[in-house]
Design a protein. Structure first.
Length: 131
């Protein structure tokens, strides 16, 4: 998928962009405090249909600039980073936060992705900032 700020070069990119924009608008309506709490309880568990839809959209973004977890101490410490998109350049940490469980780190990434989804669409999603 192309960056949303670039002009599509062929019809398939135009179709993909339109699908993504329509999907984003539909998905934003599914984002509630209940959905966020569901993910926080079980980031890897069975998810409701609504949460599956939200996660699928969040995961289908282009890899350039995508948020990810970096384990800085095996099984003990995680941080959030962003892919640079440049060959040979590793991920760049987004802040100084350090998480003592993978689940807490995953939830923080989820909230950041929701925030980015809301900013792209021009409206704020209801997110809880606690980690």
């Amino acid at each position: 998928m192309t960056d949303l700020g670039t002009v599509p070069v062929d019809r398939s990119e135009i179709v993909l962009r339109r699908w993504y924009e329509r999907s984003r608008e539909a998905i934003r309506l599914l984002i509630t405090n209940r959905l966020i709490a569901e993910y926080k309880r079980a980031p890897l568990g069975e998810h409701s249909d609504s949460l599956k839809r939200v996660l699928n959209l969040l995961r289908c973004t282009a890899p350039n600039g995508k948020l990810l977890l970096v384990c800085t101490k095996p099984f003990k410490q995680w941080r959030i980073a962003r892919l640079s998109g440049l060959p040979g350049q590793g991920p760049i940490f987004v802040d100084d936060r350090v998480f003592n469980t993978e689940a807490k780190a995953m939830h923080a990434v989820f909230l950041l992705r929701l925030d980015e989804l809301a900013r792209i669409g021009g409206a704020a999603a209801s997110t809880d900032s606690s980690t």
